[in-house]
Design a protein around this ligand. Structure first.
Ligand code: UDP
Length: 320
């Protein structure tokens, strides 16, 4: 199967392109390289382009005889989305609508969409199942929800089928060390903590030590990027086999607090992670942990890596 991977030069996109190729499919990467890395596209053709460029997208779908799309391309900085919501609605919503339009016009009917647990906002109950009400608390989460809803209605009215995958906290790196997490600017806990322990940046700030969790720091469900990549390919097979569209969580079902992450990293690095308590970061919920049972039921998919595997692979990538 020939698969267009939008955002395939980015973190999760490049790992998924590699997994597609490992499973005998042909990924074609479409990326504007604003945040992506050209050198992370090694598994098939690369096209530099914008999602808003309808004609370019159509040409690319035709030329490469694309049969399905995995759509990652999006801005993903929650803080930035609070300050500049227009940037997020323009790129993440209007860009996605342009892509769906191109797919409709070229009769490409399968899409796996990169959604987020940010669509849930502050959940009523944890672990979070897909039945949880989606009430985003930032424009980033709102843009992901709007695209989910657009896909829902397109799927009612056309042959389009989609899977919306709501990731929890993607982390880790490719086990062979070929690709890993490289954001500019970096805002995520695990790469920042690794750089702090390696002395490459200032001590980590622990955002919030008074949360109602076991040690007062915020709890997240960290999921290995290779497990995410496998889930995308499984979702594609599921749709291609004629099953219905669906939305599902991708997480491990196990939460780790910021302090637990730092303690585990300390074991791997062999030294304490320099870290100081700091005020809570605006818009951070206390606890986000997935109920991943639907993904297992539908796709037979389960995360294979735990926090220690994630940290070991991320540490190896950062010390390479
Ligand atoms: N965090 C932190 N210090 C940092 C970056 C993150 O304490 O420098 C915390 C953050 O408040 C959250 C968790 O680590 O509770 C994961 O944050 P990250 O930005 O990696 O992912 P998010 O959950 O925001 O998507």
């Amino acid at each position: 199967m020939r698969v267009l991977v939008t955002g395939g030069a980015g973190y999760i996109g490049s790992h998924t392109a590699k997994e597609l190729s490992n499973q005998g499919m042909e990924p074609v990467v479409y990326d504007n390289l604003i945040h992506g890395h050209r050198e992370a596209c090694k598994w098939g053709p690369f096209i530099q382009g914008e999602l808003h460029d309808l004609e370019r997208l159509r040409e690319c779908l035709r030329e490469h005889k694309i049969e399905a799309v995995i759509h990652f391309a999006a801005y993903a900085y929650v803080g930035e989305s609070m300050k500049d919501p227009g940037k997020y609605f323009w790129n993440n919503v209007e860009g996605s609508l342009s892509l769906i339009r191109a797919m409709r016009q070229e009769s490409v009917n399968l899409m796996v969409f990169s959604s987020s647990c940010a669509t849930y906002g502050i959940p009523e109950s944890v672990p979070i199942s897909e039945a949880e009400i989606q009430k985003p608390i930032n424009p980033y989460g709102e843009t992901k929800l709007i695209v989910e809803r657009a896909l829902h209605w397109y799927a009612q009215a056309s042959p389009l089928k989609y899977a919306a995958l709501r990731y929890f906290n993607a982390a880790g790196a490719d086990k062979s060390g070929e690709i890993g997490e490289d954001h500019t600017p970096e805002t995520h806990l695990i790469p920042l903590a690794i750089e702090a322990v390696l002395g490459k940046r200032d001590p980590l700030k622990i955002f919030g030590t008074d949360y109602p969790t076991r040690d007062g720091t915020a709890e997240r469900d960290y999921i290995h990027v290779e497990d995410l990549a496998r889930a995308h390919v499984s979702a594609l097979h599921h749709l291609a086999n004629g099953n219905d569209s669906f939305c599902c969580n991708l997480g491990t079902g196990n939460g780790s607090t910021v302090r637990e992450v730092l303690d585990e990293l300390e074991k791997i690095a062999g030294k304490p992670v320099p870290a100081d308590p700091a005020p809570r970061r605006e818009g951070d919920p206390p606890s986000l942990v997935a109920d991943p049972s639907l993904a297992e039921k539908l796709l037979g998919w389960k995360a294979e890596n735990n926090l220690s595997d994630i940290l070991q692979d991320a540490y190896r990538w950062h010390t390479k």
